[in-house]
Write a protein that binds this ligand. Structure first.
Ligand code: CP
Length: 362
């Protein structure tokens, strides 16, 4: 992992950060519209339902060349920066391609050793520099809270703030992954009453997996959902998430094996061990008890869907891929479309998609 030389202190940041989340959130909205996308707690049910509809519209428009050309014109005059200084395959590529679908010209930094950070420029000054050149910043960073700090900084200090999207922040949050996860759940349960009332099992390294944290927060938007957390004892879901679920009256149970949730779940959300966060020896866990093999499939309900944010290791055997309940490859494709919809929503071009896009749908 890159060792940064220093992070900067800005007057007002510590005071802002110490305020409760509900007091900080309004800074990241403009005229009733989301502007900086930083936390799953920013999304409510009307937003999620609207984004679901918008994503489906964009997919229909993109089905032919004429529609795709029209989508390119929506943001053909704008530029986006992808600052991904933590490894990524699908989040990076799905955002890059979402930007290209909408016509954005893009630039990227994936290795700060190739930027002026190697000369000692702070990451904060780097972000401020990007905002001099582009209209949108999409960021993955290993430090929890850094995307919020830079969004705050652009809003508080810069005379040219641009929207900032958190594409994964340390062990903390991955809000756009949660968006594509609920989109996948909603599409899968479209003819079964939607997400409401479903039992969703999250399996694996829940302590350090930011996707399960962000997805858990989103469950406040659905009624009658029950969460089943299955993990090795050392990788249990965080106390802060449990406190949130209790406060929101969302029922949850913790179990100590995959077998213990297999027959009950409507959705099985598998995750890999997050050993990039290891302190020495921490991940010497018996992870095979939290891995899905073909032999286990018969113990699942016939319509349970299998999800995974990917990348995977051995926790879903490749033999499972051919089972019709395996959704993870569709799930990663969904990411590109919902990220395109999210960007339209930030910039207000969702109104154009809704008003004019119908003409391109056969
Ligand atoms: N799901 C996810 O964030 O994958 P990447 O790390 O490949 O972006």
């Amino acid at each position: 992992m890159q060792k940064y030389s220093f992070f900067q202190d800005f007057e007002g940041w510590e005071a802002f950060r110490s305020r409760p989340l509900h007091e900080r959130l309004p800074l990241f909205f403009r005229e009733g519209r989301i502007y900086d996308v930083l936390f799953s707690q920013q999304f409510d049910r009307p937003f999620l339902d609207g984004l679901y509809d918008l994503t489906n519209r964009i997919r229909r428009i993109a089905k032919d060349r004429e529609g795709m050309n029209w989508l390119h014109g929506l943001h053909g005059h704008q530029r986006a920066m992808l600052y991904f200084v933590q490894p990524s395959t699908r989040t990076f590529l799905s955002f890059l391609n979402a930007c290209h679908i909408l016509g954005f010209h893009t630039s990227e930094i994936r290795n700060p050793q190739t930027s002026s950070e190697i000369k000692g420029e702070s990451p904060e000054d780097s972000i401020r520099t990007f905002s001099s050149y582009v209209d949108l910043i999409i960021m993955r960073h290993p430090l929890e809270g850094f995307s919020e700090k830079t969004a705050w900084l652009l809003n508080a200090y810069s005379d040219r703030p641009v929207p900032l999207i958190n594409a994964g922040s340390g062990k903390d949050q991955h809000p756009t992954q949660a968006l594509l996860d609920v989109y996948t759940l909603q599409r899968s349960f479209e003819h079964r009453g939607g997400i409401d009332g479903k039992a969703i099992a999250m399996v694996g390294d829940l302590r350090r997996g930011r996707t399960v944290r962000s997805l858990s927060y989103l469950m406040k938007n659905y009624s009658g959902v029950k969460l089943l957390y299955a993990s090795p004892p050392e990788f249990r879901i965080g106390e802060d998430i449990k406190e949130f679920l209790v406060a929101q009256s969302i029922p949850f149970e913790e179990r100590n094996s995959l077998d213990a949730v297999l027959g009950e779940a409507d959705a099985l959300y598998m995750t890999r061990i997050q050993d990039e966060h290891d302190e020495e020896g921490a991940s010497e866990s018996h992870y095979s008890a939290f891995s899905l093999f073909r032999e286990s499939l018969s113990r699942m309900k016939p319509d349970t869907i299998i999800m995974h944010p990917l990348p995977r290791r051995g926790e879903i055997d490749v033999a499972v891929d051919r089972d019709p309940r395996a959704m993870y490859w569709r799930q990663e494709r969904n990411g590109m479309w919902i990220r395109a919809a999210l960007i339209c929503r930030i910039f207000g071009t969702d109104r154009q998609v809704i008003a004019e896009g119908q003409a391109f749908c056969s």
